[in-house]
Design a protein around this ligand. Structure first.
Ligand code: NAD
Length: 350
């Protein structure tokens, strides 16, 4: 029971996991992914308005905890996110997250939200948005290697945004593939469970890698990537954690979110620091080419950038307005007189 009622400026909308699930199911996943991709695209188009910095990472032997801040001068946002590949063996998620939007003018938070589900949704929406500019036209088949938490979201985003109709799954753990195939069974996608990564990439115009391992892994070797394929490399997102053989990078046209961050975290950490890459926002605004021809191998070296989380939070803030899918959280002290913070505490004891 609160000692005193919260003041009018105390309350911040809070979107819990429960609220997020209600909202996502009410909107419908395909529609939400398409709408969120539009918000992400809109913010990529005004790239220069954003404060940008590589995310602030605290590494340990087990994983990483990261803060991802950005601001467009009006609204500030950040996400707290972890990456601990060993967590699934302990019944925990590899990736969990929450985030905040705040008013730049007065510094007051505008929204506090769960972002574990939201990260999966925004990562998938960003991947599919990138593929719309980089993949061969009218792609039908995508391979997904790594069938963990991100997998189904990736499949559904590529169905909703790119028109993919067949998904070929592979994971070193067949239980993960069975889980993903069962979850996608009523999606309208044709789902093929494969026994090897080599089998999964057969006939695929798009290959998504979303494995989790805290090491330089080789999920794809050069001979597995045919000409004209689009690679959506999601799982290599930390120093010392990559998925693609270096030879693939050397014959790909590489697209990144924010170059300084991707040089540290992405597949391109394997290349010289001046190797040419193109930032995705330039392709979206039309100042740099995306896919040029049918033989080119394109690679979206995704690591996840702060503006995508900002866009996702902006979308959620717009979508909860007028709904019951949030709770007013008593987060900020609001004394009657702003300088009398101590008096507020004293009066509570009376
Ligand atoms: N780029 C981004 O924006 C972004 C966003 C979220 C997550 N991620 C990354 O994506 C990856 C997947 O995340 P998740 O939440 O799905 O993790 P998860 O732990 O739930 O799933 C990972 C899956 O990869 C499988 N795997 C591991 N090594 C493999 C291999 N050699 N071949 C085939 N499968 C293998 C595991 O068995 C597991 O099922 C992580 O590395 C995570 O850090 C990136």
């Amino acid at each position: 029971m609160p000692i005193t009622a919260p003041g009018p400026l105390s309350l911040v909308p809070f979107v819990s996991v429960q609220h997020m699930m209600q909202l996502v199911l009410e909107i419908g996943i395909p529609r939400l992914l398409a709408e969120m991709a539009s918000y992400i695209e809109e913010d990529f188009r005004r790239w220069k308005a954003f404060d940008k910095t590589p995310r602030v990472a605290a590494h340990s032997a087990e994983g990483v905890i990261e803060l991802m801040p950005t601001s467009d001068g009006v609204t500030y946002g950040f996400k707290y996110v972890n990456g601990h590949p060993k967590n699934i063996r302990e019944g925990r998620q590899t990736v969990t997250a929450f985030g905040v939007l705040a008013n730049v003018g007065n510094g007051y938070p505008l929204l506090l939200s769960e972002m574990t589900l939201l990260t999966a949704l925004r990562t998938a929406a960003t991947s599919a948005l990138a593929a719309r500019h980089l993949a061969p036209p009218n792609p039908r088949t995508m391979a997904i290697i790594g069938n963990g938490a991100q997998c189904e979201f990736q499949a559904l985003a590529f169905q909703a945004i790119c028109g993919v109709d067949t998904i070929r799954l592979y994971d070193i753990d067949p239980a993960a593939t069975r889980k993903a195939a069962a979850n996608l069974s009523d999606s309208g996608l044709s789902v093929v469970a494969c026994r090897s990564a080599e089998e999964a990439v057969e006939t695929a115009e798009i290959i998504t890698t979303c494995t989790a391992d805290k090491q330089y892994a080789t999920i794809l070797t050069d001979n597995m990537v045919g000409s004209g394929v689009h690679l959506n490399a999601v799982g290599g997102d930390c120093p010392g954690k990559t998925e693609l053989h270096r030879d693939i990078l050397l014959r790909s046209d590489i697209f990144v979110e924010y170059t300084p961050q991707t040089r540290i975290e992405g597949e391109i950490q394997q290349l010289d620091p001046d190797h040419h890459v193109t930032e995705l926002w330039k392709v979206i605004e039309g100042s740099a080419p995306g896919r040029r021809d049918a033989t080119q191998v394109t690679l979206f070296d995704s690591v996840g950038f702060a503006t995508e989380d900002f866009s996702a939070l902006r979308y959620i803030r717009d979508r909860i307005a007028g709904t019951t899918h949030f709770q007013a959280l008593d987060l900020l002290a609001d004394p009657d007189e702003p300088r009398d913070l101590y008096g507020m505490l004293r009066r509570a004891a009376a």
